[in-house]
Design a protein around this ligand. Structure first.
Ligand SMILES: [Zn+2]
Ligand SMILES: [Zn+2]
Length: 141
């Protein structure tokens, strides 16, 4: 048993500095407004704090706060799915899921109400095991 080195006690979240520009989030459905102090404390900076809040809000309430139009990714072949606040991670999720499962994944964005089907047909990437040799009419069977 070794005694741990002096482990620094976390200072109580006292009012050290008045936070001027704490971003706030509003939700019409909840008729509430939140400051993102907690998310900022949890090391999510700037926009990420907002995203984290939005995702947490959705997780707990089932809807996103104002100003958030999530990218909803749903697998058509299994219950898997995710929601993202950006198109890029949504696409990455869809592509990754498709790569591993060969499932068809659909991306929806509430903003334009359009659906994008990610067709996850795995493309042949120069696979030497699948040569496109011409049939030379010689069947040796
Ligand atoms: Zn809400
Ligand atoms: Zn799936």
């Amino acid at each position: 048993m070794s005694t741990p080195p002096s482990d620094p006690d976390e200072p109580p979240a006292a009012d050290e500095e008045p936070v001027d520009n704490t971003p706030t989030v509003t939700c019409d459905r909840c008729d509430r407004e939140w400051e993102l102090e907690y998310e900022l404390d949890a090391l999510y900076a700037g926009n990420q704090a907002f995203e984290q809040f939005a995702l947490d809000h959705e997780r707990h309430t089932g809807h996103f706060p104002d100003g958030v139009t999530p990218w909803v990714v749903n697998c058509q072949q299994c219950p898997d799915g995710e929601r993202f606040l950006d198109e890029r991670p949504a696409r990455r999720w869809a592509e990754t899921h498709g790569r591993h499962t060969r499932h068809d994944v659909r991306i929806q964005h509430a903003d334009d109400d359009s659906e994008t089907a990610i067709n996850t047909v795995v493309e042949a990437t120069g696979d030497p095991e699948s040569p496109d040799q011409p049939a030379d009419g010689e069947a040796d069977e």
